[in-house]
Design a protein. Structure first.
Ligand code: FAD
Length: 458
């Protein structure tokens, strides 16, 4: 049985970096992957969706060309085959680069196959049994398929199978009005599909503040996306070639009839087929591996990184898990999960850049909160670009003067949020940014202005 210094299960956003880092210091490393190198982000998540979002943005700007004084004769057509080819090429480049890095690294062996635990120190990949004192689980997650009435009677798409779509669905019905559902919804509307988003909650992206949800709803509805909220009673059925989503418990028509159905109701961890029980590794009720502040599981010598530990659901959080583990193991640097500040983006157009607390969370924290806001209609760069939808909000702790959080919904919001995030990591008072001279004309130049006009939270 081959004996390794480290075994890594999964080649998502933490595993490959960890494998290469451990191998670079001379450790003998085995890394196992059952499907596509690079995991969700590279193959069915961030990379392809943002490539598709870019195609959809190009179509939208082309449709608006006349507003900018640009003449385009005829209708704007979208060639879905070429959209997919472009997306595939970007994905392939990323996957190939990572595959080559793993295959060519000294001391690193890439195993292709499904890995499962045999004991706390042994893992089986196909017919091979591997042994190590250190095992790192980076198995990620997959789309949740909820047990809705009729789900087994209808064909449905998930974020993975959407990657094979090279045609224009006539009417895409999306169950789930959160991050993934909204990105696909706006993208396919811009490609030319009719789109209906069906959401069980009373509002879209319910994790965000109510006015952020409302602004996003307005943005997508303006583009012609139909939104059905409070749909707690969804049933599914096939009628001829169509798919019927029954939503008779909400206002509006009792049925939404579409040509294709996309499920975007959340993710579940890939921990159900790992035989974690044979290693004695503990999971919570939803199947996420329980970890401590340094990503250690309850079994010494076994760590869990990335989406499967339920402590993050993003590429940057998975990568940060790698950084934490590597720093603790190799650098005598006690980096911790609890040092991480919440940050993410929602890639509708315009995007939402988020850092730290929402307004609702800040209110609940009991702190003395100061709030600064600005509509994107009062941002010069947004006006110049013709992209004035959305607004920016920054929250400050009135006692410590430190920034508590920000929601930047507007053009460039996904980039501008980083200067706020850096200030939060520096634990610097907001006055540092208030006095900084930012570049004109940018979205970021308004951040000091917002901070110069803070008001107590009412
Ligand atoms: C549509 C969509 C869009 C997204 N967009 C963004 C975005 O813009 N920004 C962002 O930060 N995040 C985004 N995400 C989330 C991001 O993709 C994930 O958070 C990230 O990929 C998590 O990485 P990971 O390393 O935990 O696992 P994954 O990337 O899921 O990788 C896990 C790997 O483990 C393999 N595996 C699983 N079980 C086994 C086994 N038993 N044996 C061998 N191999 C196994 C899997 O095949 C997979 O390759 C998006 C997700 C989706 C679905």
């Amino acid at each position: 049985m081959p004996d390794y210094d480290a075994i890594i299960i999964g080649t998502g956003q933490a595993g490959p970096s960890l494998a290469l880092r451990l191998a670079s210091v001379g450790m003998k490393v085995a890394i196992a992957e059952r499907k596509s190198i690079g995991g969700t982000c590279v193959n069915t998540g961030c990379t392809p969706t943002k490539a598709l979002v870019a195609s959809a943005y190009a179509a939208q700007i082309a449709r608006r060309a006349a507003e900018f004084g640009v003449a385009i004769a005829g209708d704007i057509g979208v060639d879905m085959k070429r959209v997919k080819t472009r997306k595939d090429a970007i994905v392939e480049q990323s996957r190939n680069g990572l595959t080559a890095a793993l295959e060519n690294a000294a001391h690193c062996i890439l195993y292709r196959g499904h890995a499962r635990f045999v004991s706390p120190r042994e893992v089986e990949v196909g017919t091979e049994r591997l042994r190590s004192e250190r095992i790192f689980v980076n198995v990620g997650g997959r789309a949740l398929v909820p047990p809705m009435p009729g789900i087994d009677q209808v064909p449905y798409l998930t974020n993975s199978s959407m990657m094979e779509v090279d045609f224009l669905p006539r009417h895409l019905v999306i169950i789930g009005g959160s991050y993934i559902g909204l990105e696909f919804g706006q993208m396919y509307r811009r490609f030319g599909s009719e789109v209906t988003i069906v959401e069980m909650a009373p509002r879209l992206v319910a994790r965000e503040d109510e006015d952020v949800s409302a602004a996003i709803t307005q943005i997508v509805e303006r583009e012609g996306i139909k939104v059905r909220l409070n749909a707690e009673c969804i049933t599914l059925a096939k009628r001829g070639d169509d798919i019927v989503a029954g939503v008779d418990c909400t206002e509006g028509t009792p049925e939404v009839v579409g040509s294709h159905l996309l499920l975007a109701v959340g993710r579940r961890p890939n921990t159900d087929d790992l035989d974690l029980d044979k290693a004695g590794v503990r999971c919570d009720a939803r199947g996420y591996v329980e970890v401590d502040d340094q990503l250690r599981t309850n079994v010494p010598g076994i760590w869990a990184l990335g989406d499967c530990n339920g402590r993050g659901a993003f590429t940057h959080t998975a990568y940060n898990d790698f950084e934490i583990v590597a720093a603790n193991l190799l650098d005598h640097n006690p980096r911790r999960l609890s040092d991480r500040i919440v940050a993410y983006a929602l890639y509708v157009d315009p995007p939402l850049g988020r850092a730290g607390m929402t307004l609702a969370e800040a209110r609940k924290s009991g702190r003395k909160v100061l709030v600064g806001e600005r509509s994107m209609t009062r941002v010069a760069r947004a006006i110049e670009k013709g992209e004035t939808q959305g607004f920016m909000r920054i929250l400050v702790d009135g006692d410590t003067k430190q920034i508590l959080g920000a929601s930047l919904l507007g053009t460039g919001g996904d980039e501008a949020v980083h200067s706020i995030l850096d200030l939060m990591y520096a634990k610097a008072p907001y006055t540092v940014m208030q006095r900084a001279v930012h570049i004109h004309p940018t979205v970021s130049e308004l951040l000091p202005t917002i901070l110069g006009d803070l008001k107590p939270l009412g």
